[in-house]
Structures are given as C-alpha cells and as structure tokens.
Design a protein around this ligand. Sequence first.
Ligand code: GLN
Length: 487
Amino acid sequence: MDLTEFNIVKTLELLEKRKFSSEELVKESLNYIKSLDPKIKAFLYVNEELALTLAKQADEKRKKREGGKLLGIPISIKDNICIKGLPTTCASKILQNFIAPYSAEVCERLSREGAIFIGKTNMDEFAMGSSTENSGFFPTHNPWDLERVPGGSSGGSAAAVASRMGLGSLGSDTGGSIRQPAAFCGVVGMKPTYGLVSRFGLVAFASSLDQIGPIATTVEDTAYLLQIIAGYDPKDSTSAPIEIPDYVKFIKENEKTSYKIGLPKEYFESEIDLEITKILMELIEKLKKRHKIIEISLPHTEYAVATYYIIAPAEASSNLARYDGVKYGFRAEAKNLIEMYKKTRAYGFGKEVKRRIMLGTYALSAGYYDAFYLKASKVRTLILQDFLNAFKEIDLILTPVTPTPPFKIGEKIFDPLQMYLSDIFTIPVNLAGVPGISVPVGLTSNNLPVGIQVIGPHFKDELVLSLAYQIEKELDLKLIPPIVNKS
Ligand code: GLN
C-alpha cells in the first residue's frame, strides 16, 4: 500500500468501498513508522497494540454500518495533548512517567468519530521552541533533509504527517508552533481563532495564546479535522459559544470566489530569504487574476516578538509552577521539601524552559510588572487593533510563514534570539487571536519546502481555509519527501 497516494478524505472513501481494511491501513502506517522513524524520530510513543485492536474494531463497526467521520483513520497527537491511559510528557523529563488520567476534549471528539491514535509526537519541551531541538529526549529530523530541523514546537507532528506516518495530526500553536513546522515540512497546518477549539486537556504553556489545530497533507483534510474538533466546550472557559459552519462545504462552494487580500508591507520589507520571496511573489501574481490584492500596513508588527517574549514567559512561569515533584511525574530524592522542589525542577526542566520561567518571573515581579507585563499587554492591544483596522478594508491577509527555509540542526540552538526571530511572522497572529494557516507553495533549489500564511478575521476560519484551498488548487503540488519513496 502506497500511503503517499492517500489523504484522510480519500482514504475514508476507499475504506467505505472496502478497497482495504482499517487493519491493513493501520498496519501499513505502523510499517512506515518502523522504517522511517528511526531516522526522523517524530514519535515519543507509538501505540502499536492498541492501534491495531482499535483498527479491528473499526472494521467490525464498518461492517455493521456504524459510522464515524474518522472511522479507522490513523492520527498522531502532539505529546502535550492528553489521551487517557497514554503517556503525556510534553517532551519533558519532569513528566517522563506521567500517564494522562483523562482525555483532552479534542481527543474525545476524534475518538467519538472513530479515529485511531497511533502515537504521541515529539515537540520542544512544553512547546517552547521553533526546532524540536528543545525536546528533553531527542531532536526530530526534517524528512526533507535529515540534517535540518522540522520546525517546532509541533515538529514531530509535522514531520510525521509529511512522511505519511499517520494521515493527520493535532498540534498546538502559541506563537507559530503549528504553522512554522508545517511550512518547514511541506504540509498544511492551521491555528484556529482563539476560542474556536477547546483547550481542555492541552497542557498549558501560555493560556491566552495557546490553540490546538490540525496538521494534514491537504487543505480539505485540514478543514475536515477542524470540523470535528471545533465548537463550544463548557470545560474551557475561553471556548466560544458560536455556530460552526460546514468548513468542507464552504471551501468547495467558494472555490472561485474572489477576495480582497492585503499584503502587509512590514512583513514583506523585513529580511526574507530571496528564494522564499520569489516563490511567494510568483504565486501572488497568479492570484491577481482572481483577487484584488493591495498593500496594507500593520504598523505595530515590529513590537510583536518583544511583546510575545514578555507575555508568553509570564504566563508560562505561572502555569509551570505546578511541576514541583508533588503532584505530577518526576520527583527528586531530597532531605526536605524545599530541597526536593529545587532538585526536581533543576533536573526535570531543560535549559529553554528554565530561561522562560526566569524571564516570566522577572517580568511579573513586584516593581517590574508595570514596566514589562502591563506595557506588553498594552502593545498587544495595539497589535490586535492593527488587524481589526486592516480587516475593515480587506477579507484576508497573505504573508510569509518563515523568514528562512528549514535551518540546520544546531544552527540556532545556542542563539535564543535568532531562534525567537524565526517566528516573527506567526507571533502577531496569536497575540491578536485571529486564525492563520500555512499552505505549502513550493520547494527551494535545495529541495526544502516553503509555505505561505493566510490570516483572517476572528471566527472567519472558513475564509482562511477557502483561500488556502484556492492556493492549493492553483499550484497543484504534490510534496512527498524523497526519503518516503526510497524506503
Ligand atoms: N517558537 C515559539 C516559542 O518558542 C512559539 C512556540 C509555540 O507556538 N508553542 O515560544
């Protein structure tokens, strides 16, 4: 079975027609993992036995005509999203032996539709990073070039989907962690509007920015997965009680709709790799046939990274206070309680996590709160205002996803500032809470994937998907990393 031929929607049709069984499909996905993952290292945990049992059950259900929108489809889940009974480590030593006592709402919804969780994917520890090198266990490699990073923090999910180890994945995005790895691995990744998808059961990093979203090989699959996970959940107080449109129907009905699109000059004027600029500009020329494209300004863009690196660490320092060796996971041996706290956190957390906790604690400390956190919150409002103003004139915004193609493993790990700057185009979207998607648009001369970002107004996720779908149709690419065909 050649899994590069399949996506979720098409596979469901084939399962329905009995071209193959879910058991065969899941077995083949596990074979892909066995042959590719020793090199890519996208998975922290592979759920082999349970996945096969569930696949057999899915086949039984299908025989009895019991439905489910994802019946028998193998999906991977980032390791900061809980699945009851399975490990949830957040790629941190501090949660090394933690087994989730309940499932995230998104996993409940996927399960209810018959999805099969094949494994938990690697990530930057507690989702802090842009390369998956901050995993407490091992880095993940980009399937397009094993010497390069897959992006992060959902690098394991993006690398798994790109190399067809499972048909889709869920990641989380606080400042770009779904879109940036999706761009680096040549797959589609979406951060929905803040409040569209329940965060219940997602291990919190920066609660006012975190969103769970889908990663898949096509825009239609992305829309299909979003349909299942989106919608009000009383267990998450920031979940929005709104009607969810039919995303797949919307993108199909609007295949030819023309939109008014803004190109923010601040994004295109900043330092971007020349090949990326060329690929994006060629696409934008093509889009001009159908769409009205104008230059716009988002004047506070230059403050976004600095603002994010106050707000996100501040929230993280508070959220991560709970890992003290008492309630969860790892506990160090010590003579007394204080020493136990110190040793547990000193051993359990990696360098980047400690850096964030220190930054955040400092920014929130008495006397500094007004100068840092309060000021950052005000700038955040200005950044939000930029988007609200822009969307008075236009429907959607197009930007690069990343300033560079995937970089080499080790290239930025000792220079946190350079690493932080790789999210320069994705961070404003989280600060404003608007939806954004990364769609593959081509390969550089080194055969490295490039993505474009579509950004839309709050709760207009269907518009974002619609333009992404049009772009995908216009380009008609089929991006398969060479390593997949060789094995
Ligand atoms: N790379 C950013 C950070 O390190 C964003 C991470 C994320 O979206 N989870 O914080």
